[in-house]
Design a protein around this ligand. Structure first.
Ligand SMILES: NC(=O)c1ccc[n+]([C@@H]2O[C@H](COP(=O)([O-])OP(=O)(O)OC[C@H]3O[C@@H](n4cnc5c(N)ncnc54)[C@H](OP(=O)(O)O)[C@@H]3O)[C@@H](O)[C@H]2O)c1
Length: 334
């Protein structure tokens, strides 16, 4: 099969798509999936270089999120709700390939109304933002939320979800074009360009001097954002897309009764397994109600062009979810 196989740790630009890669053999409790589309994630760029916490043994196929069909020759483990050919989405190591073997527990039925491209970017991205806002920050209707990298993968999901939960949303991003995306596809109430010095004053003005109740930060801008947090505000630590891990002066936390709140969605399957189906039920209800909708970057990449997709992600040129279409190639019209 064709696959983006990492033979040794290096930058993704040095790796070519391989053909003739052996198909994965499902282990006990796994199913085999024909991948139609896969989601690109920031951590894929780190994983090819051995800089991500999950380090599969070499050689390994890159990619984690996917949408596709249960292969005709897949085993159907005990308790499997799927038939051969069923449309599914989920996550597992090695989705930048024609086939992937994944744990049954990490596969869900793809809603009929969703395309493979839309389903390919859901499994990690959306529950991260949902659980952060609902389970961790306990966001209430009418509260103010500030989302950084608001046009990015997890960011635009957070903007939509916060709106659907009745919050007032301020989207922060690094360019006018991305602010426009956050407004058009995210539904943000207000936008702020955080590449401009003193942007926090705009946030304070919008909130009548009070500041925001919740910060959702996948970039590593907690210190900057604390300048415009409200009394008893909650700052969600989601990621470090800017590349460095911040140190927060604890006096800032004390002065405004602030809570710093972490969220590691991937670890729920280990520490809080019972919460996972609850989050998915609530999320899928929101999707079927039409109140939230996956946002896909305008260029769909082929498996052969995956390097370009990862580089675009690295250069901050994408918005929404960047998708690789494994089965066929065409440019999506937005
Ligand atoms: N905690 C969890 O469970 C969890 C789950 C999924 C993802 N994450 C993390 O969330 C972060 C964002 O992931 P994503 O998939 O949404 O990524 P993404 O779509 O690539 O968005 C990242 C955005 O961060 C901003 N950014 C600021 N400085 C940057 C820099 N130096 N390099 C690259 N981007 C920079 C860019 O927006 P602007 O141009 O507007 O600044 C960029 O578009 C990653 O760190 C990821 O590991 C965490």
């Amino acid at each position: 099969m064709r696959a983006f196989l990492v033979p040794e740790l290096s930058h993704h630009s040095k790796i070519a798509v391989s053909s003739g890669v052996p198909e994965p053999k499902p282990a006990e409790g796994q199913v085999l999936v024909d991948v139609h589309s896969a989601g690109l994630n920031f951590f894929d760029i780190l994983q090819t270089q051995g800089k991500y916490q999950l380090k599969p043994p070499l050689p390994f196929v890159l990619g984690t999120e996917f949408a596709g069909r249960i292969s005709q020759d897949s085993p159907l483990p005990k308790g499997c709700q799927f038939k051969h050919g069923d449309r599914v989405f989920g996550a597992g190591q090695g989705t930048f390939a024609e086939k992937v073997a994944v744990d049954l527990a990490r596969v869900l039925p793809l809603p009929d109304a969703m395309t493979y491209d839309q389903g390919a970017g859901l499994f990690i991205t959306w529950p991260t933002s949902y659980e952060a806002l609902v389970g961790r920050a306990e966001l209430k209707p009418g509260e103010w939320v500030l989302v950084t990298a608001a046009a990015g993968g997890v960011g635009i999901a957070a903007v939509q979800l916060a709106k659907a939960l009745g919050a007032n949303v301020i989207a922060a991003a690094g360019s006018e074009a991305k602010l426009d995306i956050a407004k058009r596809f995210g539904g943000a109430d207000h936008v702020v360009d955080y590449s401009k010095v003193g942007w926090q004053k705009q946030v304070l003005k919008l909130t009548n001097g009070k500041g925001v109740d919740v910060i959702y930060d996948p970039v590593g801008l907690i210190n900057d954002c604390l300048k415009c947090i409200a009394w008893k505000g909650r700052a969600l630590v989601i990621g470090f897309a800017a590349g460095s891990i911040e140190k927060v002066p604890m006096n800032l936390v004390l002065l405004k009764n602030v809570s710093l709140v972490g969220l590691h969605w991937g670890a729920y399957s280990i520490h809080e397994r019972q919460r996972v189906p609850i989050v998915w039920k609530e999320l899928l209800d929101l999707f079927s109600s039409g109140r939230v909708k996956p946002v896909i970057f305008q260029e769909i990449f082929s498996l052969e062009k995956i390097k370009d997709g990862l580089s675009a992600l690295e250069r901050r040129e994408t918005w929404g979810k960047a998708i690789v279409r494994v089965k066929e190639v065409r440019v999506a019209k937005m």
